[in-house]
Write a protein that binds this ligand. Sequence first.
Ligand SMILES: O=C(O)C(=O)[C@@H](O)CO
Ligand SMILES: [Mg+2]
Length: 258
Amino acid sequence: MLKFAANLSMLFTELPFLQRFAAAAEAGFRAVEFLFPYDYPAEEIKRQLDAHQLQLVLFNTPPGDTAAGEWGVAALPGREAEARRDIDQALAYARALECPSLHVMAGVVTPALNAEQCRETFLANVGYAADRAAELGVNIMLEALSPQVRPNYLFSSQWQTLALCDAVQRPNVYVQLDLFHAQLVDGNLTNLITTLNARIGHVQIASVPDRHEPDRGETDYPWLFNALREVNYRGYIAAEYHPANGTLPGLGWVKPWL
Ligand SMILES: O=C(O)C(=O)[C@@H](O)CO
Ligand SMILES: [Mg+2]
């Protein structure tokens, strides 16, 4: 049985953040994810999860200075101490919120940076995160981001994600397969699912190219759900899209799965 989660940074944004948990549960979701918990004490988020019997399944390490265009610091040479503080903080939240997976954000490689050095820095920081996470039973996710959404992010292809997972040599590091980014960059999604298979730790979905509900656009999600079922995918599939016309009217696609 496939399991679905609502991304509370993109869905239910008609409501303030802490009210989105109730709305997701009311809509039938049993699991949620979001970008960042850091503006709120963990206890406050935990109260929402418990009150609405929701499982938190994923969130991200802090993004760095977003106003300056940063999107993670784990690949930025010279920022290792900050990256590891961020990882420690994120893992403290993961523990408090009983969240099984953490996405470690790499960062944008500006022209002033050496790409190979960034990759090495990322691998070292992911190794640190994986070892700390293993003590808590948490898995680490790595996510390729398309240049259309995040230009110059450290990696954009699912094959680069796989190579990074291989290179870090830790059993608790997985591919976070966002099928929206994957279609933009790699295509051939059925092959990606069957080839990556057991290395996939988390899946996210949205229509392509508009990043709306996954019931439109160029990707056939019922087909891909079936492909995930056939490889016996046991993780979550998170709805990470911008609703085209409000969250609730767009949830028809997920109703049969909840
Ligand atoms: O942008 C995405 O896609 C994500 O999954 C974010 O959480 C990280 O960039
Ligand atoms: Mg994503």
